[in-house]
Write a protein that binds this ligand. Structure first.
Ligand SMILES: [Zn+2]
Ligand SMILES: [Zn+2]
Length: 84
């Protein structure tokens, strides 16, 4: 069973290719997928449990979010060892 690379919807921009940028006060190209709306990941990767596939951790405060460390913002991560 080979693991191939597949394209999945980018979690950070939810497949929109753009994310809201508070600094410029408008939508900016998603830095995770570079506006392509998809990320290439190994086919056995799972939706990131830390950010629930959003690619970002919501602090619910002034700073709206930061990139999820576990999935690096893609919303997808390597499955845990117990997961087959
Ligand atoms: Zn994106
Ligand atoms: Zn994540």
């Amino acid at each position: 069973m080979g693991i191939r690379s597949v394209k999945r919807r980018c979690g950070f921009c939810s497949g929109g290719g753009k994310v809201w940028d508070d600094i410029i006060g408008g939508f900016a190209q998603c830095t995770i997928c570079e506006g392509t709306k998809f990320v290439s990941i190994p086919s056995n990767w799972i939706k990131c449990p830390d950010c629930k596939g959003n690619g970002k951790i919501d602090f619910g405060a002034v700073v709206t979010y930061s990139t999820c460390n576990r999935c690096k913002g893609t919303g997808w991560c390597e499955p845990p060892m117990s997961y087959k």
